[in-house]
Design a binder for this molecule. Structure first.
Ligand SMILES: CC(C)(COP(=O)(O)OP(=O)(O)OC[C@H]1O[C@@H](n2cnc3c(N)ncnc32)[C@H](O)[C@@H]1OP(=O)(O)O)[C@@H](O)C(=O)NCCC(=O)NCCS
Length: 183
């Protein structure tokens, strides 16, 4: 793989970019403090802005690693940071990445995450040189599965009670796309 890290990516409506320390409030107020956003996620809802600052500081310290991929999703028109998309697991030997994402509630249902995920998949294949991009979702969160599907990922199967998120143990559906699937 090419250890190029979190480079900027532009799409029609979005700029995906590395975070800066200025982004803490946008993360906290936009999604990290919202229990509706974190319902199906594995990390706990942030109880206060200090939690977000600590998490962000950890993220920033990792950007020097070329195998760290974690983007702020910003609106191109206003610059507002509205969500997050990241590689949450990387298996370098297999050239395989697992991605995770979340978006502030105000922006749901406008195709934003599909646009971001498509761009990240292209980046991981074409720039980072990976061969497989996978993701999973709680079966009770079908909107996320729809995003994966719309981004060209194929459903590979359900693992029963295989993960624990903020609602407890959950069945998860796995999706993936191979570089060769894009045609
Ligand atoms: C899941 C999430 C990322 C979706 O982002 P988004 O930008 O709203 O997604 P998009 O608008 O690109 O697409 C959503 C699709 O799901 C569909 N959808 C929404 N609710 C649905 C439901 N209950 N059942 C089935 N499909 C649903 C939408 O109709 C749309 O599909 P369509 O374009 O065919 O109509 C966003 O809601 C989110 O961040 N949720 C909280 C965090 C989270 O759950 N992250 C994923 C963890 S695996």
């Amino acid at each position: 793989m090419n250890k190029i890290g979190t480079g900027q990516i532009q799409t029609a409506r979005l700029l995906l970019r590395p975070y800066t320390e200025m982004d803490a409030d946008a993360i906290y107020y936009g999604w990290a403090s919202d229990p509706l956003v974190t319902r199906f996620l594995t990390w706990p809802t942030h109880k206060n802005a200090d939690v977000t600052k600590a998490v962000l500081s950890d993220w920033l310290s990792r950007y020097e690693n070329g195998d760290y991929f974690n983007w702020a999703i910003a609106r191109k028109d206003t610059g507002e940071v509205i969500g997050n998309i990241a590689v949450v697991n990387l298996e370098e030997a297999a050239q395989a990445a697992e991605v995770g994402y979340c978006l502030g509630r105000a922006y749901w249902g406008q195709g934003v995450m599909t646009e971001a995920l498509r761009a990240v998949i292209d980046y991981l294949f074409d720039e980072a040189g990976l061969n497989r991009v996978a993701a999973y979702h709680d079966v009770n969160n079908p909107a996320s599965g729809r995003v994966m599907e719309k981004a060209g990922m194929r459903r590979e199967g359900v693992f029963r009670q295989a993960k624990k998120n903020n609602r407890g143990l959950c069945d998860v559906a796995w999706y993936a796309i191979l570089k060769s699937d894009r045609g």
